[in-house]
Every structure is written in C-alpha cells, then in structure tokens.
Design a protein around this ligand. Sequence first.
Ligand code: ZN
Length: 411
Amino acid sequence: MGDKVIVNCTVVDGRTAEGGAPVPDAAVLIRGERIAAAGPLAEVMPQASEATVIDLGGAYVTPGLVNMHTHLSLSLPGAEGEGVKAMGPHDLALYMADGARRTLACGVTTVRCVAEKDHADFALRRAIDAGRVPGPRVFTAGRALVCTGGHGHEGTDTLECDGPAEFRRGVRAQIKAGADLIKLMISGGIAGENERIDTPQLSADEMAAVLETAHAWGRKVTAHAGPATVIAEAVALGLDCVEHGYELTPEVAAAMAARGTALVPTLLVTRCADFFEELGVPAWMRARSLGAGPRHLESYAMALDAGVTVLLGSDMPPFWPFEGTNATVRELEHMSEAGLGPARALHAATLGPARWLGADADLGTVEAGRYADLVATDTDPLASASAFRTVRWVMKGGAVVRDDAAVPSLA
Ligand SMILES: [Zn+2]
C-alpha cells in the first residue's frame, strides 16, 4: 500500500473532552496500516509528496467507533432468536461474518464481544485478522461464565460453573481459547424467564475466584449486573467494568468512580419496545425491559454525577437497525442526550474504550502511530452524536472499506 493523505476535512477526536480542540482544514497522512501524521494541512502536506490524495469534501473525521458490548451471535427469546440458536457451527460462523461486515460498514472498527456462541468468535477473529472476511478488530471474552441456570444459560454463548473451582476453570478455559477479557453474569437480567433483574446469582467466593484468576493472567473482568448490592460486592473485589447497571445507587456509583470501575450502560435495551415487537420477543420480556427503563436512566444519571467512566455498548449486534440508524449510533444518542453531551459521547465511543482495552497506543485517537481506523461524517459530532447517522466513509487499518461516493464494486 502506498501512502495516502486525507484532506479537506476537520479532525475531531475524544481528546476534545479532555481540553483538546478540533483541527479544521486538517490532513491525515497514512503509511501502511497506521497514521504517520495528523494536523493542520500546511504542517502535514510537506511530508505527503508521494501520497495518494483522498479528498473528503469537507467531512468531519473521527476515530472509528468502538462498541464495548457486542454479541454477533445474539439470540433473544422469540422466533428470530430460535433461528440463530438452531444454527450449526458452519451456518453460525457465516452468520457472524455477515454481521462483522455490516458492523464495519457502520463505522464500528473495534468491538468488544461479551459472550459469543460456541467459540465461533475466535474463528471469526482469525478470519478477520487474516483478511479473509471484512470486519472490525475483535476483543472477546469467549463464553460468559454463569451459575447453573444463571443469566443467559440457555445458549452456547455461556458456560455454567458452580463453586470457586469451576469458575476458576471457566476463566482458564476462555483464556486457553484466546479470550482477551472475562465476562461474568453476577445477577439476573431482562432476557431470562426464571429470574428477576435483581436476582443475585454468584456468591462472593465465586466472584473472588474469577477476579483473582483473570487478573493473575492479565485479563480484565466485566460483569452483567443489575442490583446495587451485588455490584458493590463485586466492585470491592476488584471488578473492572459493569454492564447495564440497571439499579445503581449514589453509593455504589461513588465506589465505582473511586476504584476506576467503568460502566457500559446499554440504555438501548430498556427503550426499544417497537424493535422487540418486530423481533417477536415474548410479552414477559418486553414488559420487563420497558418496566426497567426509568430506573435504568436514573442509574445512568447517578453514574455521571459520581464521575464514573461510561463507555459505548449496544448489547444488540452493532449494525441492527434502530429508529432510522443502527444500534451503535442509537445507543450513543441515548447516552449523549441523557446527560453526557456530544463531546464526552465521542470520548465514550473512542478514547475511553481504547484505554479500557489497554489499546490506546493503537486505537482511539487520530494521532501519529495509531491504526488508521477512521470514519467520515457529513455533520459535526461535537454538535450532536446524531452526526454518526451521516457516516459515509470508513477506513480500517489504512484501507478504505466504505465510500458512498465511489462507484459500487465487489472487488
Ligand atoms: Zn449482553
């Protein structure tokens, strides 16, 4: 690949939420997979004499989005989900590859998978990394660990464990398969028929066994969690991230902020009635989801008040259509509108996740040395998170993977 230089654009990234400023009339020089220089046009162009020029026509350029709560093999209760659950390994792998391609086209250049079926995520990641299928960079937990009958036990995207010894073995089995992090279900949730959102599901010795083992191997742990009491217990034991956090209190939010435990609020899952209807999910699940909505939003506000680091995650596959856009962008709009604002929303979608993943030397900003994972939007992401509805160009690792202005091609 020869050098490329992107011109006629304004560069914006998560650093604006930390006192940085957007760069109007910017240029980004790309050498191989990475950014070689980014800044004002006049500073970058002298280094770009050999580069192919990509004129973005006045677009805003941001880092590719990172979706921190993804399931590409998701099967919710109901007819649609049963179809996914019935797939054998070959169909499942192709289904997930299709989802990965669609995800990348949305401008999501990195995903954190937090429970995928049958370890197909590892095969998918190998295929993406080898260039056999298009898709985002994949950080994955493999199977989520649950107690017998615990949240999500119905599918092969979880592994049932009971007692500290089995949970330790569960952690090691995921790491053996290639897991970058560990996902744990510590309470009930929306999609489990025999549980409530506030059902505690793990004992303290089980949580401690997971955290101790995962941390010893250098893996972070994130937990699906609803009620404050169980979250408080897990945070005190060293939990690195909370998913959903449906029923936080100011006390537990303060503890999360003090210990650096992040929150991926997934606001979408309690505000998507029409979507659940379309999908044919059972009435009990729709009722539970909507019923939890107001408290979920209060929890999110408590987290923001306490200064908890919040990160973008849709729970739904990132590309699934929601209200005129995709799940990732709809979630970011909810996060922004419910108190975060557009600049911090951009941070929660890029730099914040890159830091949690320990990948901020490679991802999350438009800066020399980072992978050239970039998206272009027509409108300003600092004015509104809805700017990501206007994504029209996507680059991953220096290769343009979407360009709405180009002649369609299958090459
Ligand atoms: Zn989930």
